[in-house]
Write a protein that binds this ligand. Structure first.
Ligand SMILES: [Zn+2]
Ligand SMILES: [Zn+2]
Ligand SMILES: [Zn+2]
Length: 235
């Protein structure tokens, strides 16, 4: 896959179009409810800084903690936004989050702090920043999962860390583009040791035994898959 093909695949995806449209609307509304330059810049800076921290927390303690599939109301959401992605990491349709879960999350993570900084205009600027940051994250996530070989060193390293999260041990390397919080909380790793390979790297702990007690994800998935994705998923 060439870089051009990657861009084409990326821009065809409805979620990306959705983020860009929402960002355009938020920027348009900013001119209706403007904020002064300084609070606007502060709001943008805060959302850029806060975003990776929020993503880390959600990925580690919401998507990878063992509670969403235990709640009947949340099981379908968990399956859609993370279980399926770990089951078949390269499937483009589920590579991106679902808008009904990501949009409110981005808004909650960015807008309230910005509102305190500079009112509605700053909140809109921060929300737009969050949406654009999401597009950047998803672009790198595409690079990580699609058959594109990056040349730049830092992107090669980024891809290797995320591949390890998917194929070696899902209990580390939670950042997608930014591993600062992994380093801080001790979940960053580079070494791939066969003996330390996680047994739950594809099912995230949702084993056939667990499914007997909490059957909702299995019911929606037509059973519980075991083994490596390549042995089971047909292309
Ligand atoms: Zn991934
Ligand atoms: Zn695949
Ligand atoms: Zn994950």
């Amino acid at each position: 896959m060439t870089l051009k093909q990657l861009w084409v695949a990326y821009f065809q995806y409805p979620a990306i179009i959705g983020y860009l449209l929402c960002a355009a609307v938020a920027i348009g509304l900013f001119f209706v409810y403007p904020a002064a330059p300084l609070p606007t810049l502060a709001a943008i800076a805060v959302s850029i800084l806060v975003y990776p921290a929020v993503w880390y927390c959600l990925h580690r303690w919401v998507l990878h903690s063992q509670w969403m599939y235990k709640v009947p109301m949340l099981a379908a959401t968990w399956k859609r936004i993370h279980y399926d992605h770990h089951q078949d990491p390269n499937r483009l349709e589920i590579l991106f989050g679902a808008l009904h879960t990501t949009l409110p999350t981005i808004a909650i993570a960015t807008a309230p702090i910005a509102y305190l900084i500079g009112g509605p205009g700053a909140a809109l600027a921060a929300f737009a920043t969050g949406l654009i940051t999401t597009c950047v994250y998803e672009f790198f996530h595409c690079i990580q999962h699609l058959a594109y070989k990056p040349k730049m060193k830092f992107i090669v390293a980024m891809k290797a860390r995320h591949m390890a999260h998917h194929f070696h041990d899902e209990r580390g390397n939670f950042g997608i583009t930014n591993y600062f919080w992994d380093r801080l909380f001790g979940t960053y790793y580079e070494k791939i040791e066969k003996s330390k390979k996680s047994e739950t790297v594809f099912n995230l702990g949702y084993t056939p035994e667990v499914a007997e007690r909490y059957p909702w994800v299995a019911q929606l998935s037509g059973g519980v898959a075991t083994g490596h994705p390549s042995s089971r998923i047909q292309h």
